[in-house]
Design a protein around this ligand. Structure first.
Ligand SMILES: [Zn+2]
Length: 101
């Protein structure tokens, strides 16, 4: 199955707001965060190769992120996604959605 349109649209909007937003980026969250920190990128959102299978086969994915959490939550919600996050910056944001048929 394909990556849901809602994710692509939300990532596109985040990019327009100055985030680095990438899908299937690096093998794991540790590598992704390290990459962005090396590049000096403060605002980023991505999911990893190891999560891409879950994303395609179910209706949820964990997003690795740093930066302005309020904007991330806001943009995800606006595009019909349901972000679940406990407020801890060390924790990934779980995103769920309803599949369109
Ligand atoms: Zn890794």
């Amino acid at each position: 199955m394909a990556v849901p349109k809602q994710i692509e649209e939300a990532f596109a909007e985040l990019r327009s707001l100055g985030f680095e937003a990438q899908g299937e980026f690096k093998c794991c969250p540790g590598c992704a965060v390290l990459h962005f920190q090396c590049e000096g990128v403060e605002n980023h959102v991505s999911y990893q190769e190891e999560d891409a299978v879950t994303l395609r086969n179910t209706s949820q994915v964990f997003l690795t992120w740093e930066g302005d959490s309020a904007t991330i939550i806001d943009v995800l919600s606006k595009h019909g996604l349901r972000p679940v996050w406990d407020g801890d910056p060390e924790h990934r944001i779980l995103v769920t959605w309803t599949r369109r048929h």
